[in-house]
Structure formats: structure tokens, C-alpha cells
Design a protein around this ligand. Structure first.
Ligand code: S3P
Length: 174
């Protein structure tokens, strides 16, 4: 019997930050979907978007996710913010056996504060110059995506919580 814990949530929600220590605590291998895509493509996400476009990225994202899901082994997987929001990905994840989906839920304010200093690495928000513009974007975009994220098996509210506390909460749900 194996188990895959799939972390979903908006950009900046802490999927990678929580995923690594969680995998160490559980002694499960850790994978980051964006990193897996970057390795296969041999370039950073921003370059994939710039050179091949978002549609290409979304197709690749779905293929690499399927590959990872087909591995019959324990895993903590941090997805990209958009991963569950395209096609039938979220429903497929919920139907899959041995998969637990966890939504790391953060407020628009926290997401904006975390994303603003590192927005250049994220092609969807790199063009937003002022923090207020980023906040408006995040508010609308999160509204569009939230109904998908909320289909997760568990929702963990992360505002104001330290990574260790989020990890502890998450483990208590398993
Ligand atoms: C995206 C989120 C990013 C990355 C890509 C698109 C999105 O991952 O997959 O830039 O659509 O929300 P993070 O959530 O790890 O930033």
C-alpha cells in the first residue's frame, strides 16, 4: 500500500515550502511538479511560457502529472498553482486511489505579500508592477480557481502559521 499526498493551492501558498519538511517527516520522497517539468524541458518555467506559450505548458503539466501519478510509490507532490484547474485534473485526482489532495489556503493579503518580492519568476504575474495591481489580480484569479481548490480532501488554513505548524496540522489529518 502506498500513498501520494498532493499539495494544491494558489501561487505562493507554500506548497513547496511545506512539501519538503512534510516529506522528511513522513519519510516519503518529495517531488515538485514545476521542477520535474523544468528538468524535462531543460529550461525554467518562465522560458517555457515565453518560448512555447501557456497552452504548451499546460499540456506538458498534465502529461508529467500523469507520469508521476502512475508511479506506484509513496510521495509528497507539490503541484503548480494552475495544475488542478485545467481539464479534468482535479476530478481525476479525487478519483485516483491512494491519493490525498490537500489545499493550502491563504488569504489574498498573505499571498500578495509573499508573491510580490518573487513575482519575476512567475510568468502570470511578472508584468504587474505595483503591489496593489498584484493584489487585484490575485483576488480575481483566486476567485476563479477557488472552487477547484476547495474540492481537495482537506483544506488547511495557513495564514499566520509557521511551516512546522502547517506540517503538524496536515499530518493530523492523514
Ligand atoms: C502557475 C503557477 C506556478 C507555475 C506556473 C503557472 C499558475 O507554480 O506552475 O508559473 O498557473 O498558478 P507555483 O504555484 O509553484 O508558483
Amino acid at each position: 500500500m502506498f500513498m501520494k499526498i498532493i499539495l494544491i493551492g494558489y501561487m505562493g501558498s507554500g506548497k513547496s515550502t511545506v512539501g519538503k519538511p512534510l516529506s522528511e517527516k513522513l519519510n516519503y520522497p518529495y517531488k515538485d511538479l514545476d521542477t520535474e517539468i523544468e528538468h524535462r524541458e531543460g529550461k525554467p518555467i518562465a522560458s517555457i511560457f515565453a518560448e512555447k506559450g501557456e497552452i504548451y505548458f499546460r499540456k506538458k503539466e498534465a502529461i508529467v502529472l500523469q507520469e508521476i501519478l502512475s508511479e506506484k510509490s509513496n510521495m509528497v507532490l507539490a503541484t503548480g498553482g494552475g495544475t488542478p484547474c485545467y481539464g479534468t485534473v482535479m476530478d481525476d485526482l479525487n478519483k485516483a486511489e491512494n491519493v490525498i489532495t490537500v489545499y493550502l489556503k491563504a488569504s489574498v493579503e498573505e499571498l500578495t505579500a509573499r508573491l510580490f518580492p518573487e513575482k519575476e519568476t512567475r510568468p502570470l504575474i511578472a508584468h504587474l508592477k505595483a503591489e496593489e495591481d498584484l493584489k487585484d489580480f490575485v483576488r480575481k484569479h483566486l476567485f476563479e480557481r477557488a472552487h477547484v481548490y476547495n474540492k481537495a480532501d482537506f483544506v488547511i488554513h495557513t495564514d499566520g502559521l509557521h511551516t512546522s505548524k502547517i506540517t503538524e496540522k496536515l499530518i493530523s489529518h492523514l
